[in-house]
Design a protein around this ligand. Structure first.
Ligand code: CAA
Length: 249
C-alpha cells in the first residue's frame, strides 16, 4: 500500500505467457494492482476467462512491445484508466533459435526488437513519472542464456545480455530518485518456450542442471514480487540468477 492507501500499480509485459501469468498471480496475491500487457487478442481472451475462473480480475492492455508508439498509447491509457505505473516488469520475449550460419535477418531482427528494444520502449514511457514521484521499480527478465553461451541462440543471447547492460546504467542514473532497476536471469523454466525445444535436446539440457529439474514459474514470480516491494529499495543494478545451478560464476 502507498501512503495514500492505494495499491502500487504493476505493469507486466507479455503477461499471458507462462512466466507472466505466474508473476501476475503472485503480485495480485501480494497486494499489487496488476495490469497485464498482451500481444495476441485470442490468447488474451482465453487467459482472461481462465484467470477470472481462478478469482483473478486483471485489466488487460494491448501493445506490441517492439513498437515505441504502440507502447506509448498503452501507457497513456493505463495512466488515464488506473494511474501512474509504479512497477514495470519487462517480461515479454520470444525465441527464434537457429545456428548462426543459417540465421536469417528476420530471426535476428524479431528477437532483438521484441526482447531488447522492448526494454527501451516500455521503460522510456514510464520512467519520468517514477522519477517525479521518487518511487519506481524496473525489473528486466533476462535469461541464463544472456549470461552464458547457448548453441543456436546468437540473437537471443545478444538481446538478453543487452538487457542487463541496460539495467546497470539505468540503475545508476535513477538511483538517487528512489527508482531501482534490476535483472532476473531465469534458467530453463517449465514454460511453453522451453517445452518447444525438441524433447531430445531438452532432456540433455535438464541433465546439465544440478538441481535436476526445470524451474517452476512461481520460483521466478516470487523474486519479482520481492524486488517490486518497498523493502527492496537498496537493491539496484543487480542480476539475479535463478537457474538450478546450471550456470555458476
Ligand atoms: N553444442 C555443440 N554442437 C551442437 C550443439 C551444441 N549444444 N547443438 C547442435 N550442435 C551441432 C550439431 O551436432 C550439428 O553439427 P554438424 O553440422 O557437424 O552435424 C550442428 O550443430 C547443427 O545441429 P542441428 O542439425 O541439430 O541443427 P538444427 O538447425 O536442426 O538445430 C538448434 C539447431 C535450433 C540450435 C537446436 O539444436 C535447438 O533447438 N537447440 C536448443 C536451443 C535452446 O536451448 N533454446 C532455448 C529455448 S528456451 C529459452 O530460451 C528460455 C531461456 O531463457 C532459457
Amino acid at each position: 500500500m502507498k501512503k495514500d492507501g492505494k495499491k502500487y500499480v504493476a505493469l507486466v509485459t507479455g503477461a499471458t505467457g507462462g512466466l507472466g501469468t505466474a508473476m501476475v498471480k503472485h503480485m495480485v496475491d501480494d497486494g499489487y494492482l496488476c495490469v497485464a500487457n498482451y500481444h495476441t487478442k485470442s490468447k488474451a481472451e482465453k487467459w482472461n476467462d481462465e484467470m477470472k475462473e481462478q478469482g483473478y480480475d486483471v485489466p488487460l492492455y494491448h501493445a506490441d512491445v517492439s513498437d515505441f508508439e504502440s507502447v506509448g498509447k498503452m501507457v497513456e491509457k493505463i495512466q488515464s484508466d488506473i494511474g501512474t505505473v509504479d512497477i514495470l516488469v519487462n517480461n515479454a520475449g520470444i525465441t527464434r533459435d537457429g545456428v548462426f550460419k543459417r540465421m536469417t535477418f528476420e530471426q535476428w531482427d524479431a528477437v532483438i526488437k521484441t526482447n531488447l528494444y522492448s526494454a527501451f520502449n516500455c521503460t522510456r514511457h514510464v520512467i519520468n513519472p517514477m522519477i517525479d514521484q521518487e518511487f519506481g521499480r524496473i525489473i528486466n527478465i533476462s535469461s541464463v542464456n544472456g549470461q552464458r553461451a547457448q548453441f543456436g541462440q546468437a540473437n537471443y543471447s545478444a538481446a538478453k545480455a543487452g538487457m542487463h547492460g541496460f539495467t546497470k546504467t539505468l540503475a545508476i542514473e535513477v538511483a538517487s530518485k528512489g527508482v531501482t532497476v534490476n535483472t532476473i536471469s531465469p534458467g530453463y523454466i517449465g514454460t511453453d518456450m522451453v517445452m518447444a525445444v525438441p524433447e531430445e535436446i531438452r532432456a540433455k539440457i535438464i541433465k546439465g542442471i544440478p538441481v535436476g529439474r526445470l524451474g517452476g514459474t512461481y520460483e521466478i514470480a516470487h523474486l519479482v514480487s520481492f524486488l517490486a516491494s518497498k523493502d527492496a529499495g537498496f537493491i539496484t543494478g543487480a542480476n539475479y540468477a535463478i537457474n538450478g545451478g546450471q550456470h555458476v560464476y
